[in-house]
Write a protein that binds this ligand. Structure first.
Ligand code: LMR
Length: 328
């Protein structure tokens, strides 16, 4: 009897040991936008490739649309291990590092090719590690794209922005950008923007086409000015302890997959934005305004003084490196 009990105990132990050995590592990837956007598509492709190549060893769970954590809590959730990958906009890190504010400076990059060159440069890659002392590790930059201004009145020249209540991301640079044109900026979490626009808590905003379309902002904004005045890109971020604690072979494969997905996201982001721009036009819900060269120049002149205020915090060397990327 005693022998039987011991044998049973051994069997139970070995069963649970093998069950434990087979238990996949779970990676929760949480973000705040829709599946149809560049970031949403990137998260789903990462999940697909991980399941194909690390079958049974790693399980990726994707939580879009602030379903699990919104802007306010995702950094903390990553620190606590409640999620393992997030990809906030580069505008949302100023509590953790001032250097990334470079990406918010209005009219800094000539186009997305320049953004690519900077992100892939030595100075750009170094910024992926700018929050390491706080326990966060940047794995990649993902594009969304350039931002457009939207409002319930036509915005053609900077004077039109006077008194307009603009929603901004959690970024002091963006607050100052709108103050520079006499606007009245208000920081709000992404998940609250639609309702704030609908109820008139704010009457304007800035976002790339894919966010405007997928969140239906164009249904509550009469005008969208194709201004391309600033950037909205992402950093895919993990908890450094979690990442460094993964088995080496798995981490290497995940990093390979991340690099592949990054190429995919950064190549298709512009197509998605153009497709969503067209859908907004087709919907007839919002009028798209084009700027003349002089009008765009007037916005640049009005907003650009903001750079000076942040030069010290960001570092003149970082701004210089970003500007270098404008040269082909
Ligand atoms: C926003 O808050 O407008 C964006 O950062 C949302 C996003 O993740 O694209």
């Amino acid at each position: 009897m005693r022998f039987l009990t011991a044998a049973l105990a051994a069997a139970v132990l070995s069963f649970s040991a093998s069950a434990y050995a087979q238990k996949p590592i779970v990676i929760k990837f949480s973000h705040v936008v829709a599946d149809s956007t560049p970031k949403g598509q990137g998260a789903l492709m990462f999940q697909k490739l991980v399941h194909e190549r690390l079958d049974g060893k790693v399980k990726v769970e994707v939580y879009p649309n602030s379903q699990l954590f919104g802007d306010a809590r995702e950094m903390e959730a990553l620190m606590l291990g409640d999620v393992h990958l997030i990809a906030p906009s580069l505008a949302k890190f100023d509590k953790f590092t001032k250097k990334l504010q470079v990406f918010d400076l209005p009219f800094l990059f000539d186009d997305m090719e320049a953004v690519d060159r900077f992100q892939n440069s030595e100075a750009g890659r170094a910024l992926l590690r700018s929050m390491e002392s706080k326990g966060y590790l940047g794995l990649a930059y993902w594009h969304n794209g350039l931002k457009q201004l939207s409002a319930n009145k036509p915005l053609r020249v900077p004077e039109d922005a006077k008194g307009v209540k603009f929603r901004v991301q959690n970024s002091d640079v963006l607050v100052d950008q709108f103050r520079a044109v006499g606007g009245n900026p208000q920081k709000l979490a992404f998940s609250e923007v639609y309702q704030a626009l609908q109820t008139g808590t704010v009457d304007g905003a800035e976002n790339p086409w894919s966010n405007i379309y997928s969140q239906k902002f164009h249904e509550v904004q009469k005008y969208i000015t194709e201004s391309n005045h600033g950037l909205l890109d992402y950093m895919v971020l993990t908890n450094a302890d979690f990442w460094n604690g993964l088995p080496g072979d798995i981490r290497t494969e995940l990093e390979k997959i991340m690099a592949e997905v990054t190429v995919f996201v950064n190549q298709m982001a512009d197509d998605i934005n153009m497709e969503h721009r067209q859908k907004i036009i087709d919907s007839g819900r919002s009028e798209i305004l084009q700027l003349t060269d002089e009008q765009r120049e007037a916005w640049r002149k009005a907003m650009q003084p903001v750079w000076q205020k942040y030069e010290k915090e960001i570092g003149a060397d970082v701004i210089k490196a970003a500007l270098e990327a404008n040269k082909k």
